[in-house]
Design a binder for this molecule. Structure first.
Ligand SMILES: Nc1ncnc2c1ncn2[C@@H]1O[C@H](COP(=O)(O)OP(=O)(O)OP(=O)(O)O)[C@@H](O)[C@H]1O
Ligand SMILES: [Mg+2]
Length: 254
């Protein structure tokens, strides 16, 4: 790469992880994780159960402390932010939890409205319109007044995703958004993620759903034994001869 191209590439980097280490007592979960996410890019993050994908996403938004390394968002360190600064950061980086993580005591509308009332100057009407559109996008039109406990797991998940997207963050971290969904809802969710991506927004997509990752992502990274074992384009991923990479393709029709 020429120096000019390299610096243009540097400007495109939204998130950079540099040599992240994280242990829970003897359990060395991350042993030098490094990767970058560029503007408008979806990075698929794969790895077996317990390899530290969720911990990594939680570390990015400051719900976990890393032991060493650096996390940069638009070139600024975010692993050293105060709680107050983290609250602000979570408006531009949002995390769609592995579970829906909705507030149980308030209805769907209030769950979605909460961040808008808290952090924008939108009028009631603007908020209502935004929520109506969002519910339509996730296939839950008219469900404003339903309580989270009266929704199926798949529906709760979609509302959780909607809540992560409603503030139009620069970067969304999706933790297994399609897990436990039926095929139709899986397509709905992927569709929603694809729409979000066309806005030039970036994402990390943690999933065991390889066809979904291949469909949506630009690049794939695989965590194994605390390190990024593979990081490349979806094409290189699909055509890799590495036995560990190929293991992810078993029974997926790829
Ligand atoms: N708060 C915690 N305290 C102690 N250990 C933890 C904590 N959170 C996670 N771990 C451990 O860190 C490791 C990575 O967990 P993590 O949830 O990130 O895995 P994962 O890759 O997301 O797995 P899955 O695909 O099953 O969701 C596991 O060994 C887990 O037991
Ligand atoms: Mg997980």
């Amino acid at each position: 790469m020429g120096a000019l191209m390299e610096s243009a590439d540097q400007n495109n980097i939204v998130l950079e992880l540099k040599n992240i280490n994280k242990s829970y007592n003897e359990n060395r979960v991350h042993r030098g994780i490094s990767f970058k996410v560029r503007k408008g890019e979806c990075l698929g993050l794969l790895g077996g159960s317990g390899t530290g994908k969720s911990v990594l996403l939680r570390s990015i938004i400051g719900l976990e402390y890393i032991d060493s390394g650096e996390i940069l968002f638009h070139k600024n360190r975010i692993d050293t932010l105060s709680e107050k600064e983290l609250l602000k950061l979570r408006l531009t980086i949002s995390y769609s939890f592995q579970s829906g993580a909705l507030f149980d005591s308030i209805n769907v509308y209030e769950n979605l409205a909460y961040p808008l009332y808290e952090h924008t100057g939108h009028s009631d009407k603007e908020i209502a319109d935004k929520i109506k559109n969002m519910l339509k996008l996730i296939g839950l039109e008219g469900k404003e007044n339903i309580m989270p406990s009266d929704l199926s797991g798949g529906m709760q998940k979609r509302v959780g995703m909607a809540r992560a997207m409603i503030m139009n963050p620069d970067l969304v971290l999706y933790d297994e958004p399609t897990a436990g969904l039926d095929p139709v809802n899986t397509l709905n969710v992927i569709d929603l993620m694809a729409k979000f991506k066309t806005d030039g927004r970036s994402a990390i997509f943690v999933t065991h759903d390889i066809p979904a990752a291949v469909k949506l992502c630009d690049r794939i990274a695989i965590i194994d034994e605390g390190k990024i074992f593979f990081e490349d384009t979806v094409d290189k991923f699909k055509n890799s001869n590495d036995p560990l990479v190929k293991k992810f393709m078993v029974n997926t029709g790829i």
